[in-house]
Each structure stands twice: as structure tokens, then as C-alpha cells.
Design a protein around this ligand. Structure first.
Ligand code: HAM
Length: 534
């Protein structure tokens, strides 16, 4: 950090300019710099430093922190006036300021300077244009949830860390933003919403009537390796159905995602859903009498199949206690891409085939068959899924998963609750925006204000405020010109905010209870009585 020496400050009493000559870094997140000057003034100028001292006391930083730091800096003379030695101990200040003794406190200014203006890596700001896009996306999430009769919920972003710690060795566990709070509790920023949902369902107990159809849009945090559409913070739209054991629930959920994608202009040739069931793997494990408690772990290992070499997968499965022949069968079955073939391998007796057949038959009735395909390699990376699992993917294969979900009938009991059948999905806000960009489907979301109201001279500012208020009461959006600006400026601004009408408040019209109107798209101009303006 370098000290800026270019700024001269006018001494309030002596009419002398002072030049800052040293910089002190305070241990605050904003990297606040204290700037102090080489000449002590005769007026009490300690407000900033005493503020800093008070703040540091609050933060538990020793009172002499500032003075020690000041002393360790070289107070190089940087103005015509020689530098003095200073003490900024709070006790020195408490004496009421002034020049008592050899040591006197220098004037101090607190300025914000040279912070990194980028948000932390992997996180985003939402300036207005980004915010408009986000609002538009969330509006569509909400609209589709409403169409399907879901109620909105939310949970805290900060949760107990234990909620996200599962034993199966999931990647998500290593990506946790977790820490100990001031009360020595282990907490974490939520990496997903499902555990919070489960917690709330347990908490509500019998007070809620099933089935629950809940949706949420919430920010999630994962310390991920960043790729296109994958960030360290993202928003997820979740829809979950609690209390329905039938596959009708999964079919309804996929239907809601398809409805959403269609609203955005995305078709079945852009996006597809790979569907499978974890019961496929379960049936293989049961053939080899592998205990159920290994199931989650096996799924997590198998989910890595596209990321690490198959030999490594085999080794991991072996060390989890899965015998060679079972590993062979598991890996074989993952390559199955049709339901008929699956039925050949597993037989038709088990739940896996029956569930999947029912889902594909329902998809026909819902009208989204062309969007879905069976793919046994879809397992998903979260330990809690128990049945149907699905993932949305872009058919060009350029992006990571668009969304994903499945059935998790046994999650609640892992938190000490009674199990209730449940399924749902998470749909991120980042990949879909990348896809919309790819397809040229991003909407034009420029700012639009219906009216711009401008007084023609400064005395009419109040009259213009009255006009703006009347229009706003009628539900019209108004940009009121708040400063005395030339008309050229007003027209420029009107164009920038896409205003529909310019309303001019001029003296002679105002005397007659009228205002001037210009329709900006056509150029049409007229006068209108204030009362008739709507
Ligand atoms: P997930 O597959 O981990 O599932 O995440 C769901 C979706 O969230 C992903 O498909 C992707 O769109 C988005 N997503 C995840 N991580 C990131 C990231 N780092 N950056 C950007 N987007 C991301 C779950 O989270 C489950 N809890 C979903 C669920 C709800 N299952 C049942 N109910």
C-alpha cells in the first residue's frame, strides 16, 4: 500500500495548506486509511481519530494500537513545516486537545481509498442492468411456481454447519463456506436449499398438511472451481413436493421446468433431461447383498465417473467394500441408455423399471416426451437421493447441468425426523443465462419510465413535484427532473430512460392549470389540464 502524497488540505484556521505524509492501515474490512499531517493545528481536529479509537475499543483492539502504528511509520517531512512527533493515545486525547506539552495530536482525516472495487472472486454485483435480468428470471420462476400451485418459502442463508455434513464424501462438503461464529457455533453459508427445507418440515411437524408444494429462490454458496456458469455464489430456484410417494410428483416437477424453459423460448432441441433412478444401482447392490448403508457412498463414487478414470472409480468402490464382480455389474449397467435394455438386464419385477416406465408414460400425457431420455449414468452427486434422479443439459454440450433433482425419501430421518416421501429440483440462475446468451434469447430489458416531468424554470420545481405526485398516485412511473437543466439535457435523459411522455411545466400554462405534453415516440404535442392528465 502506498501513501498518497498528492492531497493538500487547507488548515481551517491558519489558512495554510498541509500535505498528508503517512498512511495507516486499520484492520477493518474496508481498508480504511488514516491520513495524518505533519503539523498539529490549534483547533481540535480529533473527531476522526477519536472515532477510530472508540471503534477500535469496541472491536477489542488495544487503545495504543493507533499510536504504536503511527510511531512505526516514518513521518517524513512533506510540507514546508517540519514534522513533529505525535501521540494518539486515547489518554492524550482525553485531556481536551490543544497544545499541552511537547506532544500534540495531529489532525487526522479518514478517507476510503484504493479498496479493491471488484466483488470477491466468484461473486457478483448486480448493477441495474443485471438486476433487471435477475428480476425477470425470478419473475418467471415465480410465475411458473404459481401456475403449478406452489407456495413460496425461504430459509436463512446462514445455517448450522451440521445440516450440510453428510458422511458419504460428497464434493459439496469440501466446498462449504463454514466458520465458527462468536458464540463458538459451527455455521455455514448454505450450499443448497434442500437440507433447510427438511429442517423446516421437521420443525413444522404435524402442523402442516401434506402434500406440501413449496418453492424457494435463494442464494447458495459453494467454494467451487469456477467454470462457465459455475460460481461461488449462485441463486437457485427450488420446487419440492413433500408427502407424495408416487412418480406423479417427479413428472409434475419436470413438467414445471419444461413450462419454464418454453416461456423463455427454449425448445426440446436446445435442452433435454437425462433421467434415471438410483433404484437401478440399489437393485444391483442388493443382488450382491451389499448393505444399504453403503448405498449413498457408492452413488457418490459412481457420480464421479465422468471426472476421474474408471480404474480410480473401481479402486474407490473396492475400498468402500464393494466386491470386484459387483463393481463390474455396476459399471456395466451405467452404460444402459434405453428402458427396454434396462428391463432386459434387471427384469421387470423391481421398482426401478416400474417407476421409470410410469414417468415416461406420464411425460407423454404432460406433453414433454421429446424433452426426456433414459440414461443410467445419471446418479447425481448428493447422497440423499433414493429414487428417480434427473438433470437438465444443453444439447450442444457446451455448458454444465442446467438443473437437477430427484427423490429423497429418507432425508428427514437423517436429521432425526420421521421420513416423509419427497422430491424436488434445483435450478441455478447462472447456466440458464449463459444458454439464453448462446441462443440469442436474452430479453431486451432496458429501463422504461412512463413520464419525464420537467419544470421550465427553477421556481416551478414545486409545481413539477405536484404533477409527478398526481401521476404517481395514478400508478404512472415518473422521472422528475430534480435540477435546473437545459431542455437538451432533458431530451437526452428521456431517451436514456425510454420515457413515453415528456411533461413540461411552464409558467403561463401553470397559471391556467395546464401542462405541456410531448409524446416522445410520435412527436405529438399538446396542452392538457392537470386534472385530465392520466
Ligand atoms: P445441485 O445439482 O447441486 O442440486 O444444484 C442444482 C442446480 O444449481 C445445478 O443444476 C445448477 O443449475 C445450480 N448450481 C449448483 N452449483 C452451482 C454453482 N456453483 N454455480 C452456479 N450454479 C450452480 C441441489 O442443489 C439439490 N439441492 C437440488 C434439489 C432440490 N434436489 C431436491 N430438491
Amino acid at each position: 500500500m502506498t501513501a498518497s502524497t498528492s492531497l493538500f488540505i487547507l488548515h481551517p484556521r491558519l489558512n495554510l495548506y498541509y500535505k498528508p505524509c503517512t498512511t495507516i492501515l486499520f484492520p477493518s474490512r474496508l481498508n480504511i486509511y488514516l491520513r495524518h499531517f505533519s503539523q498539529a493545528p490549534t483547533v481540535p481536529l480529533f473527531s476522526s481519530i477519536s472515532f477510530a479509537l472508540r471503534r477500535n475499543r469496541r472491536l477489542g483492539i488495544p487503545g495504543n494500537f493507533i499510536s504504536q502504528n503511527l510511531r512505526t511509520h516514518s513521518f517524513s517531512p512533506c510540507s514546508a513545516i517540519p514534522a513533529q512527533s505525535v501521540s494518539l493515545n486515547s489518554s492524550d486525547n482525553d485531556g481536551g486537545g490543544g497544545r499541552s506539552g511537547a506532544l500534540s495530536s495531529p489532525p487526522v482525516m479518514e478517507v476510503l481509498e484504493k479498496i479493491d472495487v471488484n466483488p470477491p472472486k466468484g461473486t457478483r454485483d448486480f448493477p441495474p442492468e443485471e438486476m433487471r435480468l435477475r428480476n425477470w428470471l425470478f419473475h418467471n420462476f415465480r410465475e411458473v411456481s404459481r401456475l403449478f400451485g406452489f407456495e413460496e418459502v425461504d430459509y436463512p442463508v446462514l445455517e448450522s454447519e451440521a445440516l450440510f455434513i453428510r458422511k458419504a464424501g460428497e464434493e459439496i462438503r469440501d466446498q462449504l463456506y463454514s466458520f465458527e461464529d462468536r458464540g463458538n457455533r459451527r455455521v455455514a453459508l448454505r450450499p443448497e436449499l434442500t437440507p433447510s427445507l427438511a429442517r423446516l418440515v421437521i420443525q413444522k411437524g404435524k402442523s402442516v398438511s401434506l402434500p406440501l408444494k413449496w418453492f424457494a429462490i435463494g442464494q447458495c454458496w459453494r467454494y467451487e472451481r469456477m467454470t462457465r456458469g459455475r460460481r461461488r455464489e449462485h441463486y437457485q430456484w427450488n420446487m419440492d413436493i413433500i408427502g407424495v410417494p408416487e412418480v406423479t410428483a417427479e413428472a409434475e416437477l419436470i413438467s414445471s421446468i419444461v413450462t419454464f424453459l418454453k416461456r423463455l423460448g427454449i425448445t426440446a432441441s436446445d435442452v433435454g433431461f437425462k433421467v434415471s433412478s438410483r433404484k437401478v444401482l440399489q437393485e444391483v447392490l442388493r443382488r450382491y447383498s451389499i448393505p444399504d448403508n453403503l448405498f449413498g457412498q457408492v452413488c457418490i463414487i459412481i457420480d464421479k465417473i465422468e471426472k476421474i478414470p474408471q480404474d480410480e472409480i473401481k479402486r474407490e468402490l473396492n475400498s468402500a467394500g464393494i466386491a470386484e464382480d459387483a463393481v463390474f455389474d455396476l459399471l456395466q449397467i451405467l452404460s444402459v441408455k434405453s428402458l427396454d435394455k434396462l428391463e432386459e438386464v434387471l427384469g421387470s419385477a423391481g421398482d426401478a423399471v416400474a417407476d421409470l416406465k410410469q414417468l415416461f408414460s406420464l411425460a407423454e400425457k404432460f406433453g414433454y416426451s421429446e424433452w426426456i431420455q433414459f440414461d443410467a449414468s445419471i446418479v447425481r452427486g448428493l447422497a440423499y437421493y433414493t429414487g428417480i434422479v434427473f438433470e437438465g443439459f444443453d444439447r450442444e454440450g457446451k455448458l454444465r447441468a442446467i438443473c437437477g433433482g430427484g427423490r429423497y425419501d429418507r432425508l428427514l430421518s437423517t436429521f432425526g425426523g420421521n421420513d416423509i416421501p419427497a422430491c424436488g429440483f434445483g435450478f441455478g440462475d447462472a447456466v440458464i443465462v449463459e444458454l439464453l446468451k448462446e441462443k440469442g434469447l436474452l430479453p431486451d430489458l432496458s429501463l422504461q419510465v412512463q413520464n419525464i416531468v420537467c419544470p421550465l424554470d427553477q421556481e416551478l420545481q414545486g409545481a413539477a413535484a405536484t404533477v409527478a405526485t398526481i401521476l404517481r398516485q395514478k400508478g404512472q412511473s415518473v422521472d422528475l427532473v430534480l435540477q435546473n437543466k437545459p431542455l437538451k439535457w432533458v431530451f437526452k435523459r428521456a431517451a436514456r430512460i425510454n420515457a413515453g411522455r415528456l411533461i413540461l411545466v411552464g409558467n403561463s400554462e401553470w397559471q391556467r392549470g395546464m401542462v405541456g405534453v410531448k409524446i416522445l415516440s410520435t412527436g405529438e404535442q399538446y396542452e392538457i389540464k392537470l386534472n385530465d392528465l392520466d
